[in-house]
Design a protein around this ligand. Structure first.
Ligand code: NAP
Length: 354
C-alpha cells in the first residue's frame, strides 16, 4: 500500500475549502497536513478559525490543526488551492508555491487561461497535461500548476464534450441558474436574493465563454488551439443553496437524430472511468428522461456530486437541440474536480506516492 500524499489546503476555511476537507477525510491517496487562510484565521486552531457550514460535524482530525498563511513552505507535498481568484491573491500565492517546487492543483480562476497551464477535466482533455512540459521548460523546478474550470463551465464542457467529439458543436447558447454557495460565504445578502433572481454574476459569462473553448480545444504542439465554436452565456444567481443549472441550446455540425444525442451523452465514459479513479463517477453524464428533471435539490448529489445530470433533451426550433444540465457547484464544480485532477496525476505518474 503506497503512502498517502500529504496535502495542504489554501483557503481552507471557505465554502470550497470545507468541501476539500470533507471529501479528503477518508481519501485513500491524500491526507491533509496543512491548512491556510487569511490573516483573520492565521495562528488559530482550525476549530477557532472556521465556522463549519456543511451538513454534519467538522471532521475531528482538522479541529486542532493550526491555520497558516498561504505562503510556501507548508508541511505538505502538494497544495489544493481555493483562494479567491480576484484581487491577485491566488495568482501570487499559487505562483509562489509552484516556484517553490510544490504541485498546485487550483480551483481559482487566476491561472486558468494561461497558455502553459492545463485547464483540466480528466474525462475531456487529459492530453492537455502535455502543457506541464512547457511549464517545466519555462519555469524549471518540480513545481507546476494544474487548474479546474469555473463551476458552471465544467458542467457545460462535460455535457458538450461527447457531442463535440461525435458530431461537432458549432454554437452553444447557455443560460445558467447558479446556487448561492457559488458566491462563497456569506455571499449574496439575503435581502438581495429573497423573492428575486439576480441577472449578474461578475466575470462569470466571460469565464464560461472563454474556458469552454480552451477545454474543448486541441493540443497542437505546445499550445491549445481553441475549439472552433461560438459560445454565448448569460448567468443568473437564484435562491438555491447548492447546484448550478444551465439551460443549453446547441447547433451541431451535421444532422443527427435525438436518440444519437441521448446515447452520446449517456454512454460517455473516459480515462477516469477506465482507470477507476477513486472520485470518478461510473457515468460522468446521467441522462434523465422524466419531463421535470434535472432539479437542483433532487439531482445535485448524483454520484456523490460528481455526475452532471442532463434532461429535457429536445429538438430546438432555433438551434438543433436543447437540454438542461445540472451539477454540484462545490463538488464537481470545485473541490471534487480538483481532487479528481490530482487522482489522475497520480494514476499517470505525474504525482508520485512514495
Ligand atoms: P469563500 O467561502 O469566500 O472562501 C475564501 C477562502 O479564502 C477562505 O478560506 C478565506 O480565509 C481565504 N482568504 C480570503 N482572503 C484571503 C487573504 N487575503 N489571504 C489568505 N486567504 C484568504 O470562497 P469559496 O466559495 O470557497 O471560493 C474559493 C475559490 O474557489 C474562489 O477562487 C472561487 O472563485 C472558486 N470557486 C468557488 C466555487 C463555489 O461554488 N463556491 C466553485 C468553483 C470555484 P478566511 O476565512 O480566513 O477569510
Amino acid at each position: 500500500m503506497s503512502k498517502k500524499l500529504r496535502v495542504g489546503i489554501l483557503g481552507a476555511t471557505g465554502m470550497v475549502g470545507q468541501r476539500f476537507i470533507q471529501l479528503l477525510e477518508n481519501h485513500p491517496q491524500f491526507e491533509i497536513t496543512a491548512l491556510a487562510a487569511s490573516d483573520r484565521s492565521q495562528g488559530k486552531s482550525f476549530q477557532e478559525a472556521c465556522t463549519w457550514r456543511l451538513a454534519g460535524e467538522m471532521p475531528a482530525f482538522v479541529k486542532s490543526m493550526t491555520v497558516a498563511a498561504p505562503e510556501p513552505p507548508l508541511d505538505c507535498e502538494l497544495v489544493f488551492s481555493s483562494l479567491p481568484g480576484e484581487g491577485g491573491l491566488a495568482r501570487e500565492s499559487e505562483g509562489a508555491f509552484a516556484r517553490a517546487g510544490f504541485p498546485v492543483i487550483s480551483n481559482s480562476s487566476a491561472y486558468r487561461m494561461e497558455a502553459d497551464v492545463p485547464l483540466l477535466i480528466p474525462e475531456v482533455n487529459h492530453e492537455h497535461l502535455a502543457l506541464l512540459d512547457v511549464q517545466r521548460k519555462t519555469h524549471g523546478g518540480k513545481g507546476f500548476i494544474v487548474t479546474n474550470p469555473n463551476c458552471s463551465t465544467i458542467m457545460l464542457a462535460l455535457a458538450l464534450a461527447p457531442l463535440h467529439a461525435k458530431f461537432g458543436v458549432q454554437s452553444v447558447v447557455a443560460t445558467t441558474m447558479q446556487a448561492l454557495s457559488g458566491a462563497g460565504y456569506p455571499g449574496v445578502p439575503s435581502l438581495a436574493i429573497s423573492d428575486n433572481v439576480l441577472p449578474f454574476i461578475d466575470g462569470e459569462e466571460e469565464k464560461i465563454e472563454q474556458e469552454t473553448l480552451k477545454i474543448l480545444g486541441k493540443l497542437q504542439g505546445a499550445e491549445i488551439e481553441a475549439a472552433p465554436m461560438a459560445v454565448s452565456a448569460q448567468c443568473h444567481r437564484v435562491n438555491v443553496s447548492d447546484g448550478h443549472m444551465a439551460a443549453v441550446r446547441v447547433k451541431l455540425d451535421r444532422a443527427v437524430g435525438i436518440e444519437d444525442v441521448k446515447n452520446a451523452l449517456s454512454s460517455f465514459t473516459a480515462l477516469p472511468q477506465e482507470l477507476q479513479l477513486h472520485s470518478a463517477p461510473k457515468y460522468p453524464i446521467i441522462v434523465r428522461e422524466e419531463p421535470d428533471r434535472p432539479q437542483s435539490r433532487l439531482d445535485r448529489d448524483a454520484a456523490n456530486g460528481m455526475s452532471v445530470s442532463v434532461g429535457r433533451i429536445l429538438p430546438d426550433n432555433v438551434l438543433d437541440y436543447r437540454f438542461v444540465a445540472l451539477s454540484h457547484n462545490t463538488i464537481r464544480g470545485a473541490a471534487g474536480a480538483a481532487i479528481l485532477n490530482a487522482e489522475l496525476l497520480i494514476a499517470i505518474g505525474i504525482l508520485k506516492q512514495e
